[in-house]
Design a protein around this ligand. Structure first.
Ligand code: NI
Length: 174
């Protein structure tokens, strides 16, 4: 296993709409890839990591949902391949961050309750209705796979301020 470098805001691959991937082609790579993605995400206390955040053009992301009862317990891992959000309900403005913009937190609007379809790490198609932090994480990761970042969703009035903060933070990124 290895902790990989996470691509940062401003790098082209984060703006790419990633290619759908055939599970059979991905399967031989998955054990090492998922272990590396999980280790990389945990090393920076992240909740999710998309393939383009480690420089890969696959519609694949990992979500590590913290245990709500006890943070010391291991997170629940969701491997989402070619995910599609089928429906969205409810709205909530909440603070969000991203491993590709370390140090920046901003409020964005997300659906509170979504239905998603994806292929899991065993090649099984899943359709799930999810809420709360998991719903937020799914939306954030699917955006990554479409080349979108959470800062795109910030209230336009706050964007000049966000730009200033990014400019200050950038020299601190690896
Ligand atoms: Ni992110």
């Amino acid at each position: 296993m290895a902790v990989l470098r996470i691509t940062k805001y401003g790098e082209d691959i984060l703006r790419r709409k990633l290619k759908p991937v055939k599970y059979e082609q991905l399967a031989p790579l998955l054990p090492k890839l998922l272990a590396d993605m999980e280790e990389t995400c945990l090393a920076v206390r992240g909740v999710g990591l998309a393939a383009n955040q480690i420089g890969l053009d696959y519609r694949l992301a990992v979500i590590l949902l913290p245990n709500a009862e006890d943070e010391k317990l291991p997170p629940t891992r969701y491997v989402i391949i070619n995910p599609v959000i089928l429906s969205k309900r409810g709205e909530r403005i909440e603070e969000e961050g991203c491993l590709s913009l370390p140090g920046l937190w901003a409020e964005v609007l997300r659906a509170t309750d979504i239905t998603v379809r994806y292929t899991d790490e065993n090649g099984q198609e899943q359709v799930k209705r999810v809420r709360g932090l998991l719903a937020k994480a799914f939306q954030h990761e699917v955006d990554h796979l479409d080349g979108k970042l959470f800062v795109d969703l910030v209230d336009p009035k706050l964007k000049p301020e966000v730009k200033k903060i990014i400019k200050k933070l950038r020299p601190t990124w690896d």
